[in-house]
Design a protein around this ligand. Sequence first.
Ligand code: FES
Length: 440
Amino acid sequence: MTTIIYQEDNQANIIVKPNKDSTILEAALHNNVEHYHVCGGNARCTTCRISVLKGKDNLAPRTDAEKQISEDKKWTDDIRLACQTKVLGDITIKRLVIDQTDVDLARSEGNINIEAKERSLVVMFCDVENFTGFTASHLNNPYDVIHLLNRYYREIGEPIFSNRGYIDKYLGDGFLALFGCDNENPKNNGLNAVRASLRMVARLKELNKYLARQFDHQFKIRIGLHYGTVIVGEVGYCANKQLTVIGDSVNIASRIEAANKEFNTQILASQEMIEHIQDEVANNKISTTQLRGQNRSHTLYEITGFKQSDTVFLVQSTLEKVFPQLDKFTNQFFKEFYKLDPSLKEKFNKVDQKNKKQMVANMIGFLTQGINNFDAIISSIQEMNERHLARNIKPEYYPVAGKALVKVLENYLGEDFTPSVKQTWIEFYEQIVHFIENDK
Ligand code: FES
């Protein structure tokens, strides 16, 4: 069986046994090895990079995304991104980013795509109401508090990353996130911030079920959104320099977040934010008020949803309901798949349940991630197709799989699978199939 040896300075080696087809990062995380991956494995941050000490020929070639980065950085063959690199045989490696200081350094080298300059973007502030009270009542078990915070951030972080956001700073139970680090389109950045906010509130409802069971407690978050100019730069001492944003827009977003308390709202946005997205986003004008520390008044709007169905939001939201019951969903999917074309049964019956589940998870994962960033999933689609071709799974099966997927989603989501959600899934699935058919 293949072995990955993690060799560290002044520490015992760590041995990891990867599953077939897994990347080095997936294998590490599966085996509880701490391996930094700030961008979540999306080939953006480079914090997962490794040096290959032995066995570099036992690694799959670089993906397109990794190729691009390695050319930009002029990396030699032995520097690889763990999140992009599949293991084909025994290797010995060394992590290059091993602690928070290294992560900060990686950022300061410009690996997170934010240039040190003035930018216009969306600033999001988010805070948990009465978290201090919860902490005080659980001080006898601080591990509970940390565990809960991590669980909270796992739920809340995903909608931000999958909508092109970047969490700049964690402040205990609160954080500052930015939308617009990779482009300066105010409308897109505003819509992405709204998609993320609405999904954060929805995901918190699920987390609250767990909290109620385990801690007899529920969280409520408050979100403040403002579009404005900030200075993005590095501040701090020596190696502890951190990328940060400075400017009145940050203060305004923070004050707007706090104003939720006064108006008993969850998502409040400034006039400057709303004017870019008012045709798409449902909002109520709440008040024109003087925010604390500001010498001019601001008009605030509560965001309640989208005026008409928003493709990206719908696809991402429906996924949320499927993933927790993937086993059941996979069985139903294959039942429909065989019903549509019984000749497929013989072919796919040889595939074990684990691989079937992985296929369905890939399909749903592509739809969710790619809906807001198709370029980010191109190399994964190409790799999936190559893998399928090697197993004699031909492109003509994809339309059948698409039909089966829609049928199961229909059964599974019931009235949540509205005609517009259905149309959205179909169109996006067709985009993927079209890409595969033309990528020859
Ligand atoms: S985790 Fe960010 S590049 Fe690999």
